[in-house]
Each structure stands twice: as structure tokens, then as C-alpha cells.
Write a protein that binds this ligand. Structure first.
Ligand code: GLA
Length: 420
């Protein structure tokens, strides 16, 4: 270790009791009255199935123990007053009256956008609210800090305005729609539904096998897969590279529209249909080749190859994991990253270096997680070896002059809930 290297930092999740107290305190300090309640929603790690959600594909997230807490009270008017410990703790006010899509700047677009979306969806009883946020989900870490914010807001509004959706999985799907609309239409990030589904539907010790075909109902769209790494002698390492990641800067939307254009050319509703056709053919390799041959542009071919093969990898990963085949599960992690780097082109040097270092330290497999362009990596590692690998990544980052990465302890955790 050289002298500029430091012990890798671990970002521990906040204890629920402490976080609830802090959110309530921030609320009282700001609004001079007690909140009606406190709710929380987790960030997520997607195990595999990247950039498949908006292609009606498959993904496999778990919820993090890192959560965003919201202390909230309803208001009788249409004002939304917000404060957060993630920023400068100054109050921001948004008026829902006459609010239009993209009408709010900055982070307030996310929570205000949820109330706006619910009202747009016909829930006119939803009025303004006061809210204080406290969070330990790293912002820009590719771990869905925005979904943790929109989903905690949606659940809180559901509760105080008696919408009756939060108690069932099918109901939560409605709240997910509002959270996603807030992100797409108010914050201008054209993301799919992976993050919001993870934050609202994941269960402790389970991975959520999410099928994003729009025609499926709540029951058909989600399967809870056992996720017990300890039983396999494994640990999941999560490292936030601290390379900034933003999904509303055009790159993400560009990937999405290339896929939509490809689907048009292939005369299908979405690339999931293509993936299913290929999987069902007598010779899938040949079918994939013919599909790619039908596309006009080399970049588009690469994007489609990623989406189709990534959907296949999700299925294979679920099978491998269920049968305890950690070597195959790790190989699929590696293949997913390589496809995201070479075909989907959403990695950055920090992600590739972190993955490379992990692979050189004997992990089963390592990959970026989330949208890319920065954010976090995950690695399937032998139990007890995570810290050494995280340190090796931190050392290499210091050597290259990258910002110091930080690791997160993980366990598959519970979805959004009322805390107090
Ligand atoms: C981001 C988006 C998700 C999903 C992933 C990539 O996290 O918010 O909808 O598209 O990228 O899998």
C-alpha cells in the first residue's frame, strides 16, 4: 500500500429508530409542528438485467438496507414544502395548482412530481404536503436514490390521503406508476420501472424477478426468488465508484430511443418480443444473427444484441443461482458487464477498473449495476473476502487519481413501509 492510500470507507445503513428521529426532528425544526408520520423506502441493487426494463424485459433487483426516510403531513392547500438533509436544509416550495410537466427544477421535482402524478391520474383528493427527508442512499451512486425518494413519498401520500394502495402488491403497482411518472414527466429522466418496482415490492432475503411486459398484471409481473448468499458461502460486494451518474443528461434517453427505433424496424412492440422469438427458435444463435442482419446501423445492432442477450442472462442467472451454481452465476455477471461495456457503451473508466480489480482478486464475477455512466459495481465474492477486494479497488483508484470509492454492506431488505 502506498502512502496516499487510505482504508476504504464503508457506508453503513442508518438504524431505523435513529433515522425516524432525525426525519421527525428536521420536520419540526422546519415546519414548527410534529409530522403525521414517518415512512421509508429503500435504494436497490440490480443483480442482473440492465437496460432491459424499458424493453419489456426481465430484471432481478434486491432492496438495500440503505433507505430514505420521509416525515410528512398533509396540507389543506396545494402547496408542497420540502426540506432534505441531502442538500442545504433550506425549504423549497412548489405549488401544485396549475403545475405542468417539467415545471419543477432540481430535486423537488421528484416528491412534488408524485403528488402531481397522482392528481393527474384522477386522485383529486391529493393535496399539498410538508415533508422532511433524511437518507443514507448515496445520491448519484446508481443505487436508486430517486426511487427511494419518490416511493417513500408515494407511500406516505397513499396513507395520509387514504388512497388504499399501499397495503397490497397490486395497489403498490399503482403507486409505482405515479413514482415513475414523477421521474419521467416532472424530473425529465426517461427511466423504466426497475427502480420503483424494487423499492416498492422487494422482500427481505428475496430477489425480485421482475417481468416488465406491459400486458402483465401485478401477480404475473413479479416473482420472489430466494436470495440467501450465506447458504452458498457468498457475499455480495457493492462499491460506489463515486463517478457521478445522471440519467437526465440525454445518454440514457438516447439508448432508449435506439431500442424503440430497432423495435419499429423489426415490426415488434418491443425488444422483449424479439428476445422471445429468438429464444423459441430452433437455432437461437442463427436467429440472433438474422435479427441483427436486419438492422441498418452498427450501433443499433450492438444495442439490440445487449438487450436480447441480457434478457437471456437473467433467466440463466436465476437458474444458476437456484441450483447453487456460483461459478455460472459469476460468469453471467461478467458477461453482463462486458456486454454493457462493449455493446451498450454505458460504462466509464471507474466502473471498468473497479470490475477489473475485483476480477483479479478471485471473485466469481463482477459487473456494473444500474444505469451506468458512473455509479456502482457489484461482485459475487467468497464470504469474508469483500473488504479485502473493496480495499484493492480503493488502492487502485488512489493510484489512478480517481475519487475514493466507498463500499456498502448489503443484505436483501424490505420494500417501502410506514415507520412511525
Ligand atoms: C436506471 C433506470 C432503470 C433501468 C436501469 C438500467 O437505474 O432508472 O429504469 O433502466 O437504469 O437497468
Amino acid at each position: 500500500m502506498t502512502s496516499d492510500n487510505r482504508t476504504v470507507q464503508y457506508l453503513e445503513p442508518m438504524e431505523s429508530k435513529e433515522a425516524v428521529g432525525r426525519a421527525a426532528e428536521l420536520f419540526v425544526d422546519t415546519f414548527r409542528t410534529a409530522p403525521a408520520g414517518v415512512w421509508s423506502a429503500p435504494g436497490r441493487v440490480n443483480l442482473i438485467g440492465e437496460h432491459t426494463d424499458y424493453n419489456a424485459g426481465l430484471c432481478l433487483p434486491i432492496a438495500l438496507p440503505h433507505r430514505t426516510y420521509i416525515a410528512l403531513s398533509p396540507r389543506k392547500d396545494r402547496l408542497v414544502r420540502l426540506v432534505s438533509d441531502m442538500g442545504n436544509r433550506e425549504m423549497t416550495t412548489v405549488d401544485l395548482e396549475g403545475l405542468e410537466a417539467l415545471g419543477v427544477e432540481g430535486w423537488a421535482a421528484y416528491p412534488a412530481g408524485v403528488a402531481w402524478a397522482l392528481r393527474e391520474d384522477g386522485f383529486a383528493g391529493v393535496q399539498g404536503f410538508d415533508a422532511a427527508f433524511v437518507s443514507c442512499v448515496p445520491v448519484g451512486g446508481g443505487l436508486s436514490s430517486s426511487a427511494a425518494m419518490t416511493c417513500s413519498t408515494a407511500l406516505a401520500l397513499d396513507d395520509v390521503y387514504d388512497l388504499g394502495f399501499g397495503g397490497t402488491d397490486a395497489g403498490r403497482v399503482k403507486l409505482i406508476d405515479a413514482a415513475k411518472r414523477a421521474e419521467n414527466e416532472m424530473a425529465g429522466a426517461s427511466t423504466g420501472g426497475l427502480d420503483q418496482n424494487a423499492s416498492m415490492r422487494c422482500k427481505a432475503n428475496r430477489a425480485l424477478l421482475l417481468d416488465c411486459r406491459p400486458e402483465l398484471d401485478a401477480v404475473q409481473s413479479a416473482q420472489q426468488e430466494p436470495f440467501n448468499l450465506g447458504a452458498l458461502g457468498l457475499e455480495l460486494l457493492v462499491v460506489d465508484t463515486q463517478a457521478t451518474h445522471q440519467l437526465n443528461d440525454g445518454q440514457y434517453a438516447q439508448r432508449r430511443s435506439t431500442c424503440e427505433e430497432a423495435a419499429r424496424i423489426l415490426h415488434v412492440d418491443n425488444l422483449r418480443v424479439t428476445a422471445d422469438q429468438i429464444a423459441a427458435s430452433a437455432d437461437p444463435f442463427q436467429a440472433l444473427k438474422e435479427t441483427l442482419d436486419a438492422l441498418p446501423d452498427p450501433t443499433m445492432k450492438k444495442r439490440v444484441r445487449h438487450v436480447v442477450t441480457e434478457i437471456f442472462r437473467v433467466r440463466s442467472f436465476v437458474r444458476a443461482f437456484a441450483s447453487g451454481d456460483t461459478v455460472e452465476a459469476g460468469r453471467l455477471f461478467n458477461a453482463s458487464h462486458d456486454s454493457l461495456a462493449a455493446d451498450y457503451e454505458v460504462t466509464v473508466p471507474e466502473l471498468d477498473v473497479a470490475v477489473d480489480v475485483a476480477r483479479h482478486h478471485g471473485v466469481y464475477g463482477a459487473r456494473m449495476t444500474g444505469g451506468g455512466f458512473g455509479g456502482s459495481i457489484i461482485a459475487l465474492v467468497e464470504q469474508g473476502s469483500g473488504r479485502t477486494i473493496a480495499q484493492a479497488i480503493a488502492d487502485e483508484f488512489a493510484h489512478r487519481g480517481f475519487a475514493a470509492p466507498r463500499a456498502l454492506p448489503v443484505a436483501a431488505s424490505d420494500s417501502a413501509r410506514r415507520e412511525a
